[in-house]
Design a protein around this ligand. Sequence first.
Ligand code: CMP
Length: 141
Amino acid sequence: MTIEQTLILIKPDGVRRGLVGEIIARFERKGFKIKALKMLKFTKELAEKFYHVHRGKEFFKSLIEFMTSGPVVALVIESDSAISVARNMIGPTDGRQAPPGTIRGDYSLSKSENVVHASDSPTSAKYEISVIFKPDEIIEW
Ligand code: CMP
């Protein structure tokens, strides 16, 4: 058993489309503990810091424009093997290829506007959580 925390973002398209409750409910029903939760609007600087590993890629500029186009909802969720479980629940990047039953498979037809983000490794989870949340915003319970 490996208890992990991971960072989930409900992206601007997910917020605009009224999917916040639906997406949070899926993680709650699965059994994750919500350890932190907030709505925020990314500045360009914060979005570039969050997605620094993608700097230089052809989609970086449009990714930053999209992620700053409206509010996002960020969560820290915790479970045994949280990082891989959450990644399996959101599905592959491209909503057109994501299988039904995954969040992207059920709600996205796009590779860029794909509703949700989840950290892909322990290193990125630690980094992404620290970019969005102060340590005292993560609640022990
Ligand atoms: P996400 O899991 O948040 O991580 C990086 C994001 O870049 C990805 O989801 C997509 O929203 C976005 N993106 C846009 N184009 C591409 C692409 N060609 N390959 C990977 N990610 C892309």
